[in-house]
Design a protein around this ligand. Sequence first.
Ligand code: T6T
Length: 316
Amino acid sequence: AMLAAAAGCGNSGSSSGGSSGGGSLSSKTVELITGVKSDPFYITMTCAAQEEAQKLGVKFKSDGSSQWDVSLQRPIIDSVAATKPAGLLISPVDTDALTPDIKQLQSAGTKVVLVDTAVTDTSVGVSRISSDNEAGGKTAADALAKEMGDKGSAIVISVKPGVSTTDARIKGFTDQMKAAHSGITLLPVQYDNDDPAKATSIVQSTIAAHPDLGGVFADNVNTAEGVAAGVNQAGKKGQIKISAFDAGPQQVQDLQNGTVQVLIAQDPANIGKQGVDQAVAAIQGKSVQGTIGTDLVAITPDNMKDPNVTKYFYKG
Ligand code: T6T
């Protein structure tokens, strides 16, 4: 079912903009399809996109799958395609598998904007908006290596192979560890399918197999929640260091209580807002920006009370 309004956005959720200056825009719909509906990153993105759509006077709808899964996102894309929206913001959960489905929408005239994740085929999308995920991975590596005193083993735990964002984080992290922190032994990357319980069990088996495990790079919200739980359950809080992408409510708590040492926060609200701006510009035949980079902020116990930093905490 399509949601007329995103849950928990702190407004009544009317999906049609009442702007008198909207002109013909008020009859058009911009749709957002996220990776996972319940993910705080995407909730934050959706709320901001909805707000911007209301401001610009265009109708807005959003949906997302219950899990990170091509076979769950595809039917959502295909049912949205049947409604021929004027604009589509989408975070594809795979770099290639969904390209034909998105291209079909695009050739039927929908203006497609890739938000957060992207696809390999560069003919898809009038605009692509995301964090510099590779740079974020590099920052995570430097912060983790420092916490580890540049020694011991470290592991990256990620979602699935073939996801543009997390693949770039892994690349940035791994390249930087190899280039600048040769005292650290990198274990092979493991994947949790975006399931926190799986991330917890990966941490537990890695601790058992590698007693010198000193650090984990947790690649997104669900991974970080599971990794923090695993380190806690093993009684290794503060001993095994965690650097993690994102700043969901549980992650912020884990930073506060000392389980996590650094969070690389993104700016999902700005991704959602700019996504709507670009889609509307394209719908109106105005010029669009092909690529837009949004902020990343490293959050540590030192700056986590600063309002310039807390503004990046995600909505739950
Ligand atoms: O890290 C974000 C997003 O950037 C990534 O593409 C998927 O995971 C998140 O939604 C967080 O869980």
